[in-house]
Design a protein around this ligand. Structure first.
Ligand SMILES: [Zn+2]
Length: 89
């Protein structure tokens, strides 16, 4: 998808299709770049601390938390940590 009218202001509905291109794939194949140390690797290669309610996804290079996924109140919450970039290639 190409972004048109760069610089114009619209509401978040305008990026629904663009974000669907990012989040409708197997995210474990996406490349994560750590904002702390700069290491970039597929999400599948990160280190995960997992229990029944949360998954803490850590950088294999520096152990900083890239993001945390939490199950609570009947939903799922994604908390971004030191994740700089998530790339679908
Ligand atoms: Zn790192």
């Amino acid at each position: 998808m190409q972004i048109r009218n760069a610089g114009s202001h619209v509401d978040g509905n305008a990026v629904a299709g663009l974000l669907a291109e990012v989040f409708t794939v197997d995210v474990t194949t996406m490349r994560c770049q750590c904002g702390t140390c700069g290491v970039a690797a597929p999400l599948a290669e990160t280190v995960v601390e997992l229990d029944d309610s949360a998954a803490i996804i850590r950088c294999r290079g520096c152990t900083h938390t890239l993001m945390t996924v939490v199950r609570a109140d009947g939903g799922v919450r994604l908390i971004i940590g030191s994740l700089r970039e998530l790339v679908r290639e």
